[in-house]
Design a protein around this ligand. Structure first.
Ligand SMILES: Nc1ncnc2c1ncn2[C@@H]1O[C@H](COP(=O)(O)OP(=O)(O)OP(=O)(O)O)[C@@H](O)[C@H]1O
Length: 863
């Protein structure tokens, strides 16, 4: 085919005057010769589709078969071609019968009009396709066989889409050229593509450097920002600076990739509230919503989309001026591909990671977990290890200031480092980045020494199912695993190095003994016998034990929520975590080596998961007796009161009310609550300026020791300590039996009920919470003998107060100023109760002041 014919096709059909690059031109010319196999490896947005679409159109009387990984991608391509008046169709499970019949009859005709036939690899394995393929081959009606996004052959073929690997077999009886196109093939993947697809027919490779000189890469640290959302907003505004006069659909826009579905929602909300029109996109949305969301973004209705990694494949928008990763990209290839969606028009664009160590740790955990599952299969294990290695490379990139950011990609693609000059933060100003990285490490230590980083709440965790969401999202894209041992070693190395560094910074010391480090950690750890960790099991660290404990607690909580009917759920998250502490300890005490410990934990983890899958309460959880509360904090008291309400409701409604339970420890806890409530109220009265004897009482109360004594007195009355202890023991025993009986009842009921799924939105949480505020408040009012008149006299209803307090506290919650969600709830509840007779302004004033006074709110924070 001569050059003119090709140029005419380019212009007439695709409406382009020139080729996008010389490489595009060369590849197309080579393909048009129809002689050799061709592999095109060019960056995202470089115009690879045209490389097979133009030759397919120019091959007037034959059909090109295109294997593409996703139906959505196929749909986009077909829509695009049909708009250009090119006959393209797809054969898949969703094709309507009439359409399918018409398509098959065209393909069986002497001269098919269909120029491109798109199918998924799975479709290629069906009999319909096999028959069709045989027919087309027999009558020499196939122009080319194309494998688009060919890296999927390597990435998915060995794993969960084995049909990818069979595509190479098709050429046994068919000699037409094979074309493979990819943007992300490193040296290993390229080799894998060539051998899997059997590209042996004098293969020609067209490959460009992966360096995208119009993209500027940098990394920022979430934990170093006063308000990361504001920072993000300012960045976005800078990237989207005004392009007045430009058509809506051509206006600048951007993508923010998040690790979890929850994050996409929270972030989209946050940005919208800050004035940046943003939509969220994730696989949990209904198909229609997702399509609408993508369409709105593409049409310029919303400039920003907060999405999980399920967004983007096949999205062709040339004016993406920024891509943000809110958290850590999965590996260099994904990072390259996702960030590469910026600047497809060649104009300067920005790619930024807002790094979060917590986020990185959570992902590491999932990778380690997946790896432990993949141990039985060699191929999967290797992939799992590669996934860890890939992830670590990105973490290293984020936590260091050593090398040009673009080098991550050139290394991955087996190319020499590019001449970046000033296309990344490090090459532009290394000193400034080094300083920032140093501060980041110092901050991490500061944070972990305040609350032990592994105990710090994962952002994704806050909305329930966050980690599970992350895991699902991760699996959605890839089900690779990783190496737990390496992770442990790495975690150990990292924490030690960081602590050493921090001590050196603070005291100018050169070295800190391992003992000091262990002591520092053990004082803050949740696990039992923390101090003897490394002496008992050689090589085991507290960090590892904490991580495993978090996982066990998370899975137990999942098990409890899913397998016990809601009305029978008497334990709270803390009780379940306590059970996890005992379980971890039972493994720790009987194992003497690291491997034994790890294996036992792994077994425990899969046993819990199995139970959850079978909807059975995990045995240890079933028989677990929650520890008697220490009554040290308001949080403790409210936890008990909440339980009391639950168990009281149930006992009252059950046949034969258990009188003993009614006068048990919970009853005493109620008294303490009233004591505390009164104290809380006094503090609040003090805030609102009441004086006299009450005020002096409040001042005397400030002595915490005395306050605790008073709590204990009101808890136990005037009885002696022994009697008190006995009473608590008896009640705990009653409680244990009662709890077991209820668990067992629940077990039977459970079989009949549907599983309740856990994507709880914050709104739902609020609703539940406000209800509980209301019912607790109401019960308390009745107890206090308040008349309904008093309730009516209140300026705001209790629900309104609850709502208002929750609303006022929410920004601080989102900013992670609360120790945990439970603390958020108990604080909101305490404040709501205490402000029961205040009006809106007084409540606002109080909450504002409370937040001003307390930067971080823990269960110890006094009202
Ligand atoms: N010769 C050309 N002249 C101008 N624009 C072109 C040319 N060829 C392709 N394009 C445009 O470049 C953009 C990117 O093309 P295309 O989607 O084929 O890239 P790609 O390399 O397949 O990207 P990805 O890997 O993300 O799928 C599209 O908007 C396409 O219309």
């Amino acid at each position: 085919m001569d050059e003119d014919a090709i140029l005419r096709g380019l212009k007439d059909t695709f409406k382009f005057d020139t080729f996008k690059s010389n490489l595009q031109k060369q590849a197309i010319e080579e393909i048009c010769k129809s002689k050799n196999d061709v592999l095109v490896s060019m960056p995202t947005g470089s115009g690879k589709s045209l490389c097979y679409q133009l030759p397919a159109v120019l091959h007037g009387d034959k059909t090109t078969i295109v294997f593409s990984p996703l139906l959505a991608l196929i749909k986009d391509q077909i829509d695009h071609l049909v708009a250009l008046k090119v006959r393209a169709a797809s054969l898949n499970s969703k094709t309507l019968k009439a359409e399918r019949d018409a398509l098959l009859s065209d393909l069986k005709s002497k001269k098919p009009a269909t120029r491109l036939l798109y199918v998924t690899p799975e479709q290629a394995a069906t009999n319909t396709f096999k028959n069709l393929f045989e027919n087309l081959t027999k009558f020499d009606k196939i122009a080319y066989i194309v494998v688009d996004e060919a890296h999927c052959v390597s990435q998915w073929g060995h794993d969960f889409r084995p049909d990818y690997l069979k595509l190479g077999l098709l050429r046994a009886n068919c000699s037409v050229p094979y074309l493979a196109l990819t943007a992300t093939a490193g040296a290993d993947v390229t080799k894998d593509i060539i051998s899997s697809l059997n590209l042996t027919n004098n293969l020609k490779v067209f490959k460009t450097s992966c360096f995208r000189s119009n993209l500027f890469y940098d990394v920022f640290y979430q934990n170093m920002m006063e308000d990361p959302y504001i920072h993000l907003k300012m960045f976005i505004n800078k990237c989207l600076k005004d392009d007045d006069g430009v058509k809506k659909e051509d206006k600048a826009c951007g993508i923010v990739y998040c690790r979890t579905r929850e994050q996409t929602e929270v972030l989209a909300n946050k940005l919208s509230n800050l004035g940046v029109k943003t939509k969220c996109y994730h696989a949990g949305l209904k198909n229609k919503e997702r399509l609408q969301c993508q369409e709105d973004w593409q049409n310029g209705e919303y400039p920003v989309i907060c999405a999980t990694i399920s967004f983007g494949m096949g999205v062709d928008k040339s004016t993406v001026r920024f891509v943000v990763h809110w958290g850590v990209p999965k590996d260099p290839a994904s990072f390259y591909q996702e960030s590469g969606r910026a600047g497809r028009d060649g104009k300067p664009s920005r790619c930024r990671i807002y790094y979060s160590r917590t986020d990185a740790k959570a992902t590491e955990f999932h990778l380690a977990h997946d790896h432990s599952k993949a141990m039985d299969k060699e191929a999967r294990r290797i992939k799992a290890e590669n996934a860890i290695k890939g992830f670590k490379k990105v973490v290293e990139l984020c936590e260091n200031a050593n090398e040009c950011r673009h080098k991550l990609f050139s290394d991955h693609f087996g190319e020499p480092p590019p001449k970046c000059v000033d296309k990344c933060d490090i090459c532009k100003n290394k000193k400034a980045v080094e300083k920032m990285v140093e501060e980041f490490h110092a901050k991490c230590i500061e944070y972990s020494s305040k609350g032990f980083s592994l105990r710090g709440s994962d952002y994704a965790d806050m909305y329930g199912g966050g980690r599970k969401g992350a895991s699902d999202e991760y699996k959605e894209y890839d089900s690779e695993g990783c190496n737990g041992f390496e992770r442990e070693q790495q975690a150990k190395k990292e924490s030690n190095a960081l602590i050493q560094k921090q001590f050196a910074l603070r005291r100018g010391a050169q070295e800190v003994s391992q003992k000091t480090i262990e002591k520092l950690f053990s004082e803050r750890s949740r696990v039992s016998a923390a101090a003897s960790t490394s002496s008992k099991v050689k090589g085991l660290t507290l960090a590892t034990r904490e991580q495993y404990l978090s996982k066990i607690a998370e899975l137990l909580w999942d098990n409890y929520k899913n397998c016990v009917d809601e009305e029978d759920q008497v334990m709270d998250k803390k009780d379940v975590e306590d059970c996890g502490v005992d379980m971890e300890y039972s493994v720790f005490t009987v194992n003497t080596t690291m491997t034994m410990y790890r294996n036992s934990i792994a077994k425990m983890i899969s046993a819990i998961k199995r139970c959850t899958g079978d909807r059975i309460v995990y045995e240890t959880l079933l028989t677990f007796t929650p520890k008697p509360a220490k009554y040290e904090t308001l949080g403790d008291l409210f936890r008990n009161i909440e339980k009391e309400h639950k168990s009281k409701d149930r006992t009252d409604s059950a046949e034969g009310v258990d009188v003993n339970r009614k006068s048990g420890a919970f009853q005493t806890a109620r008294q303490v609550l009233e004591g505390n409530g009164a104290r809380g109220q006094r503090k609040i009265d003090e805030f609102f300026g009441k004086n006299g004897s009450e005020e002096s009482e409040v001042k005397a109360d400030d002595n915490m020791g005395e306050k605790k004594n008073r709590d204990l007195k009101s808890l136990f009355g005037d009885e002696s300590e022994d009697e008190e202890a006995k009473k608590v023991d008896t009640n705990v025993e009653h409680d244990r039996k009662d709890r077991k009986r209820r668990h067992e009842d629940a077990k039977h009921k459970r079989q009949e009920k549907k599983q309740k799924t856990g994507e709880s939105s914050i709104d739902k949480e609020y609703e539940k919470f406000v209800e509980s505020v209301e019912s607790n408040g109401e019960k308390k009012s009745e107890q206090n003998g308040e008349s309904s008149n008093k309730i009516r006299r209140n300026k705001l209803k209790k629900t309104e107060i609850g709502n208002l307090v929750v609303k006022l506290l929410t920004p601080a919650y989102v900013e992670r100023r609360f120790e945990s969600r439970d603390t958020f709830k108990s604080t909101a509840r305490n404040i709501s109760h205490a402000l029961i007779d205040k009006d809106e302004n007084e409540i606002k004033e109080y909450v504002e002041n409370f937040l001003k006074k307390n930067d971080e709110i823990t269960s110890q924070t006094v009202l």
